[in-house]
Design a binder for this molecule. Structure first.
Ligand SMILES: CC(C)(COP(=O)(O)OP(=O)(O)OC[C@H]1O[C@@H](n2cnc3c(N)ncnc32)[C@H](O)[C@@H]1OP(=O)(O)O)[C@@H](O)C(=O)NCCC(=O)NCCS
Length: 151
């Protein structure tokens, strides 16, 4: 499949509606009935969007500084449903990993046990499941901890 190279810029308030639309139509947030409050992450300069011809194609929110076990932390990533599978998620992950690698040798993330598509995506991008927290967010589900050594 053809890969697309978007432009990545810092998220601003004007991007929030498009990012919230992605959240509203995507797992795990749909099942968890959760929204993402992007504003604090924008203020901390931890939120970025991928733009294609000026339109929001996806977002990534992450902490570059080592916050846990010498690692940064990926808080959230999402790509607009209609344009998944074209490499935009990987492009966003590469961006987050490169930025984090300047500050920390590892990168961690959590993914819900029922979000199998995201787990496949993370495994493809070199992440390993290293832990599990049962019932953290939803009874009967687990949060898996994934880890990648960046350097
Ligand atoms: C997970 C997500 C960000 C991936 O974005 P994407 O743009 O579709 O992913 P890419 O096209 O960059 O895929 C990168 C690699 O992962 C693989 N991959 C992506 N989605 C996959 C899936 N559902 N099943 C298996 N492999 C998958 C691709 O095949 C690709 O591998 P390749 O490089 O060998 O071709 C996107 O599906 C999404 O927004 N999901 C909903 C939100 C979510 O679950 N976020 C994570 C929890 S915070």
């Amino acid at each position: 499949m053809k890969k697309i190279s978007p432009k990545i810029v810092a998220m601003t308030r004007s991007h929030i509606p498009a990012c919230s639309d992605i959240v509203a139509s995507s797992e795990p947030w749909k099942s968890l009935r959760e929204t993402v409050d992007f504003l604090p992450s924008i203020k901390r300069k931890q939120a970025f969007v991928a733009l294609i011809e000026g339109a929001v194609a996806g977002f990534v929110v992450f902490t570059q500084e080592p916050v846990f076990a010498r690692g940064g932390y990926l808080r959230a990533i999402g790509v607009a449903p209609a344009i998944r599978g074209f490499g935009i998620g990987k492009f966003l992950m590469d961006f987050a990993e490169k930025a984090t690698a300047k500050h920390a040798p590892n990168f961690f993330l959590c993914v819900s046990s029922f979000n199998r598509a995201a787990q496949a995506f993370y495994r493809k991008n070199g992440y390993k499941k290293v832990g599990k927290i049962d019932g953290l967010i939803r009874k009967g589900a687990s949060e898996y901890i994934y880890w990648k050594k960046l350097r």
